[in-house]
Ligand binder design. Structure first.
Ligand code: ATP
Length: 886
């Protein structure tokens, strides 16, 4: 618990007073002071809800329906005097509860690790420099900088607000962003009216600002209502929910079968006690109690694998959905390209110049691009900011511009920040002469609309249609070279406009020129797009850039073919289509240019209209709605705003498109592996039920309850988990996406479970029949029966272990997949075999388990028949492959 923090009406006190109280200067706290305060006040984090103890977790497992049935079975067996049966069932129950605890721990560990990696960052000023630190490390008195897209990391008293707007719905329920102001507020003002404060966990939607931290952790407004915040993501995945449902239905079905067996056995004249115990054992064996835990473990391991490959999954269901992805919508800048901009061309006075040309420092293009620019130059000369802007500053530096000196002469006094909707930004600079210089830069088409004049060789005159045309021509010729083009304009005004918005600032501008910047494609992007294509996944490129630039880059990346301009749609064209029209046409378009974030929601919905599983990337604060609408919202770890990351299902640690494709591959693998475990477990259970069910009808007792229970205990869980660790099948990215409606019985798994279960049952019955017809020479009566039972025991147990290898692939031969490719499976099956056969090979256990020593031939028939499942399934698979199944 942190020490009591200062809590006062800071909103009613002026900035200097607040700063003094917290002992902070314009340079922020020193690192030493910050460290001291961290120790005093603790981490800036909300306290976690109650965490369960291990014991609580263990007992929680006993709430499961399947487990309750097992407990009842143990109780009945015990009451009937069958202590060994009761004991084995209890081992099953305890082992299973332990597995449950293990899976919870695994899942928790995975989620915590992911939370840790995706933990929000904040920018603070410490010791005079701006640093990015974990929000957790913020202390009272820290100077926090805010900009659009940030999540406010603590409660702040603002000391600066430039058009700062904050959405405080989490706190006040008011979804319209509040404009923050630097005015003093009445002492008794309600929370929503304290406009000079910014509250922890609210979202900055516009503008910039800075503030002093007045409260951290639990001592914030949101800390007081901490329970309101759902921070833990513990929702079950659709697969897990399906599985819970399946588990319940199977349990009921199996209980019914067991009841029928009991009745039929009695009618056949069997001892009721023996028959009751047999029915109970069948129920125990056939209920797939380990399945939910195994699924969660496989999912949790999947998230860890993905994290190693830079894909941080924030919600468990995403692992599963990812594998089903059919359309990947990706931003261009930074995801498909490097976001490393370099100025290549400059256009002014009607001519395109190369950067290497002799370019004068006094041209207005140069001034505007350096003035209307938020890049920060650190003390050691590094450029910090948006690559589009740092490129311009770099260009100025290369040409010898002394920007800092210029800005002392003409300081910035106001600004209209950049917005991707508007595609422009402006700053206003005070002149020595008393008037003001307005610098505006942005997308040429947008800027041109706001220009009335043009500057040619220092002479300003009205802009003609011919001027516009030649500017657009120049823009086109730069854009088709895949260059990002930005235009610059300026004007002089007598006073700073009363309201700082686009309408009052960005009009009647003087056009100055343009620059063309190259942003190279990521070297691995084209290959990743090709891989996705091979996997039946469509890549859609979305960009705020010009149509020609977008088309040129998309062509280079292989998203569209040379000259395929019909596949490119601009935001303006999209606006002209109705929802229905667009939904009908959406499959035609692969590239969207000059779009705004709100277009992304329409794109996602149109694809979802076609039943597709859509993933969408986003980085800005306005991308949050589309990230939430998409089946998989993909946030950017490096350049993404905290708000966009919070809205995502998965965050790319490296912002790289290729990582999405890699994650899809992992997702496919996880799904396939869960299917393998399901196939293995359910076919084994079916085999057990069928052999015993049919035997009861034939009047045979092929296994004692203790045998059934032991087989279930030692052969089920270990191989199933091991199957979850299988490598991806080599052609996993050559198959079509599995689509929205698939479940774990899809793609042939359901059919495989049934025929393989029948096969297991039939082979076991055959071995029992053979064993009772060919007992050991000296054995008769009860002893001969014991021989046959022992053989059935070996066969039913071993058949499952052999079958685990069949389950490595639904249609592929194990020789194609590699028999020993999964070491864990090899060890798991060896362990299971030792536990199974040890019962027969260890003399003391013989009597307890009621098994006999077999002859070589009996061993050979038992193990050989069990092994037969491998060649038989291989033949079936070969036939299926010949019939075109993949
Ligand atoms: P993506 O390709 O990932 O959608 P983008 O960078 O192309 O991202 P935005 O950042 O929304 O998209 O930019 C849209 C347009 O706005 C750009 O093409 C450019 O013309 C203009 N623009 C971008 N950054 C700035 C900036 N800092 N100042 C002024 N205009 C900008």
């Amino acid at each position: 618990m942190s020490k009591e923090q200062l809590r006062e009406n800071f909103y009613a006190q002026d900035v200097e007073t607040v700063k003094n109280k917290f002992g902070v200067t314009a340079d922020g706290l020193s690192e030493v002071e910050a460290k001291k305060r961290f120790e005093e006040y603790g981490a800036n984090a909300l306290e976690e809800g109650e965490t369960k103890t291990l014991l609580q977790k263990f007992f929680d497992q006993f709430k499961d329906f399947m487990i309750l049935v097992l407990l009842a079975a143990a109780f009945i067996s015990g009451a009937l005097g069958e202590l060994s049966d009761a004991f084995i069932i209890l081992i099953v129950v305890v082992l299973n509860a332990a597995l449950g605890v293990f899976q919870e721990a695994k899942a928790e560990e995975a989620i915590n690790a992911l939370r840790q990696m995706a933990s929000p960052m904040a920018r603070v000023k410490r010791g005079g420099s701006v640093v990015s630190i974990k929000s957790e490390d913020i202390v009272p008195g820290d100077l926090v900088l805010l900009e659009a897209g940030d999540v406010v990391p603590a409660d702040l008293r603002l000391i600066e607000a430039n058009s700062l707007k904050v959405e405080e719905a989490a706190l006040t329920g008011e979804s319209v962003p509040v404009e923050k102001e630097m005015i003093l507020v009445e002492d008794d003002a309600p929370l929503g009216d304290r406009v000079n404060l910014a509250f922890s966990s609210t979202n900055v939607t516009y503008g910039r600002g800075a503030g002093v931290v007045i409260g951290t952790g639990m001592n914030t407004e949101v800390g007081h209502i901490a329970n309101m915040l759902a921070n833990a993501e513990e929702s079950k995945t659709p697969l897990q929910e399906n599985q819970d449902q399946l588990g319940k239905s199977l349990t009921v079905l199996i209980l019914a079968i067991a009841a029928i067996m009991f009745v039929v056995g009695l009618l056949n004249g069997r001892d009721w006690l023996e028959m009751l115990l047999t029915s109970i054992s069948v129920a125990v064996a056939a209920i797939p109690e380990g399945l939910p835990a195994i699924t969660t473990i496989i999912l949790a391991l999947g998230t860890q694998k993905m994290a190693k490959r830079n894909a941080l999954v924030r919600k468990l269901p995403a692992v599963e959905t990812l594998g089903g992805t059919e359309v990947i919508c990706s931003d261009k800048t930074g995801t498909l390209t490097m976001n490393q901009m370099t100025v290549e061309k400059v256009y002014y006075n009607g001519q395109i110049h190369d950067v290497s040309d002799d370019i004068s420092l006094s041209i207005p293009v140069m001034k505007v691009m350096n003035f209307a620019n938020d890049t920060e130059i650190s003390n050691d000369g590094r450029l910090i900011g948006d690559p589009t802007e740092t490129a311009m500053i770099q260009f100025g530096i290369d040409k010898g511009l002394k920007l800092k000196e210029e800005l002392v002469k003409e300081p910035r006094v106001a600004e209209v920040p950049f917005e991707s909707d508007r595609k422009l930004m402006s700053t206003i600079h005070e002149q020595a002469t008393g008037n003001y210089f307005v610098a505006t830069k942005g997308a040429p088409d947008e800027l041109l609309k706001r220009c009335t004049h043009i500057d040619v060789n220092g002479e300003v005159r009205e802009m003609t249609d011919a001027d516009r045309e030649s500017i657009l021509d120049a823009n086109h010729s730069l854009a088709v070279q895949a260059l990002r083009v930005l235009a610059m304009a300026y004007k002089f005004v007598d006073a700073v406009p009363a309201t700082m918005d686009s309408a009052s600032v960005e009009h009647d501008l003087v056009y100055a020129g343009m620059i063309g910047m190259i942003d190279p494609e990521r070297p691995e992007a084209a290959a990743a797009i090709a891989t996705a294509k091979g996997a039946g996944i469509r890549t859609i490129m979305i960009t705020g850039d010009h149509r020609d630039t977008a088309q040129a880059i998309a062509t280079r990346l292989g998203i569209i073919e040379e000259g395929q301009s019909g596949a490119v749609l601009t935001g303006a064209e999209l606006n002209e289509q109705s929802e229905e029209e667009f939904a009908r046409n959406v499959e035609k378009y692969s590239v969207y240019a000059r779009v705004s974030p709100e277009h992304k929601v329409r794109i996602v919905k149109a694809w979802q209209n076609h039943g597709k599983v859509v993933s969408m990337t986003g980085d800005g604060v306005n991308d949050a709605p589309s990230l939430k609408t998409a089946d998989i919202g993909v946030g950017m770890g490096i350049t993404g705003t905290e708000v966009s990351k919070g809205a995502s299902d998965m965050v790319l640690a490296d912002d790289n498109f290729q990582t999405i494709v890699v994650a899809v591959e992992e997702g496919r693998k996880v799904f396939a592996n869960i299917q393998k475990a399901v196939q293995f477990l359910l076919s084994a259970n079916l085999g057990e039920v069928l052999s015993l069910f049919v035997a009861t009808f034939l009047g045979w007792t092929i296994l004692e309850p203790v045998h059934i229970l032991w087989i279930n205990l030692v052969t089920d869980t270990f191989p199933a988990i091991a199957l979850g660790l299988e490598d991806a099948e080599a052609d996993i990215m050559e198959q079509k996406p599995r689509g929205r409606s698939s479940n774990f019985f899809s793609n042939g798994v359901g059919g495989a479970i049934i025929y393989q279960g029948i096969l297991e049952g039939a082979i076991t019955l055959f071995v029992y029949w053979w064993g009772s017809s060919n007992p050991m020479l000296e054995h008769t009566g009860e002893l001969a029966h014991m021989d046959a039972e022992t053989m059935a025991f070996i066969t039913l147990g071993m058949i499952q272990l052999f079958h685990a290898y069949n389950s490595k692939s639904v249609y592929k031969s194990i020789f194609q997949v590699g028999i020993f490719s999964n070491k864990t499976l090899v060890y798991a099956t060896i362990l299971s075999a030792v536990l199974l056969l040890g019962v027969i090979l260890t003399p003391v256990l013989n009597t307890f388990f009621g098994v006999s020593q077999l002859t070589g031939l009996q061993w050979a028939v038992s193990v050989g028949s069990a092994f037969a499942i491998v060649p038989i399934v291989e033949i079936v698979k070969a036939i299926q492959r010949a019939m075109g199944k993949k």
